[in-house]
Design a protein around this ligand. Structure first.
Ligand SMILES: [Ca+2]
Ligand SMILES: [Ca+2]
Length: 340
């Protein structure tokens, strides 16, 4: 890595940080670049290398996300899917967030250790154009996280999908129990803060969705050619028609992969139509006991570009099992952890 590129990287990274001097110091230390992406554009772009944690050899690798402030939300949401009001959120403490979505292999270890039963069935994509001139979705009782119905074999390093909110929370509880560390799902605010990683544009890479292919597995030209869902697509080629293995694209400025695209990600927050700006500390807004829909973020491999925006809010019943819904875990830092 050239010294100029390191300086550029440091400057870009520092610009995202508002409060955490110790994290900045660690992040500014030149380190060897991690294996990042197989996309050609990756070779020309420096990637951040933040402090990380891993609580066991088979545990998800965690990135330490620095504290800071950001303006959450947007006034540009769909009419029936508001994303505002825009409000300032302050995350006073660093926290850890999965470097990638939880993978099939990681989830399988949870199933083997606990015997957890994921309810059978998943909404999966048809493989051919239907009578309405587009590819439809079907609820298939024979599909599930270990066989989500893709045209290519499921890989251990793909994100686990066909996972309901309860399953994601059960995984986090098990990981907390197994490691003694406070694993959980991220709050919606933490998710958006981490996905933005200092950016203020509709997408972390800018304002044009068509520039997203080096950064995310989107509903791209190849996806559209393979499966025409009848909605718009990004006019570039990201190399993956359906689900992609995790970590194949450029990380964001916090060193996180696939926040946008690949699998949608369940959060710990119950969906509320409008944000309550009085909840401004980045934590989970206490859910009502009868929460009907939970927030899911980031879009997936099949999502139209307008819903790949970093502020877009999916909201679905907790028992939703789709071939494009997965999750990543968060955890609080304990005993002065700083990562390595
Ligand atoms: Ca794609
Ligand atoms: Ca994702």
């Amino acid at each position: 890595m050239s010294s100029l590129r390191i300086l550029v990287r440091r400057a870009a990274f520092a610009a995202t940080l508002l409060t955490c001097s110790s994290w900045l110091s660690a992040a500014s230390t030149p380190q060897s670049a991690p294996a990042a992406s197989t996309t050609p554009a990756a070779a020309a772009v420096a990637v951040p290398n933040p402090p990380r944690l891993r609580d066991c050899p088979d545990c998800p690798e965690m990135v330490i996300v620095p504290p800071g402030q950001f303006d959450m939300g947007s006034n540009d949401g769909e009419k029936t899917r508001p994303e505002g009001p825009i409000h300032r959120v302050t995350l006073a403490r660093a926290f850890a967030l999965g470097r990638t979505e939880v993978t099939v292999a990681e989830f399988r270890r949870f199933i083997a250790a606990t015997g957890h039963k994921v309810p059978p069935g998943c909404r999966v994509q048809e493989t051919a154009i239907g009578p309405r001139g587009r590819v439809e979705w079907r609820d298939d009782p024979s599909k599930g996280w270990s066989d989500p119905g893709f045209s290519e074999p499921l890989r251990d390093d793909m994100p686990v999908v066909c996972i309901g909110h309860d399953d994601a929370e059960a995984y986090a509880r098990w990981l907390a129990s197994a490691t003694g560390k406070p694993y959980r799902l991220p709050s919606e605010a933490e998710w958006e803060y981490a996905a933005r990683a200092g950016s203020t544009t509709p997408f972390p890479w800018g304002s044009n969705s068509d520039n997203g292919c080096p950064h995310a597995n989107l509903y791209d030209r190849s996806g559209r050619q393979h499966l025409d869902f009848g909605w718009s697509f990004v006019d570039c080629d990201d190399g993956f028609r359906e689900l992609a293995p995790v970590g194949q694209f450029l990380p964001n400025a916090f060193g996180l992969y696939d926040m946008i695209g690949n699998a949608w990600e369940w959060t710990a927050d119950c969906h509320r139509e409008f944000y309550d700006p009085s909840f401004d500390d980045g934590g989970v807004v206490p859910p009502p006991p009868d929460c009907q829909r939970w927030t899911v973020r980031g879009g997936g491999w099949m999502t139209r570009p307008s819903r790949q925006r970093v502020t877009f809010r999916g909201r679905d019943p907790k028992a939703t099992h789709y071939s494009y819904f997965g999750f990543r875990v968060a955890r609080d830092l304990v005993n002065g952890e700083t990562g390595h």
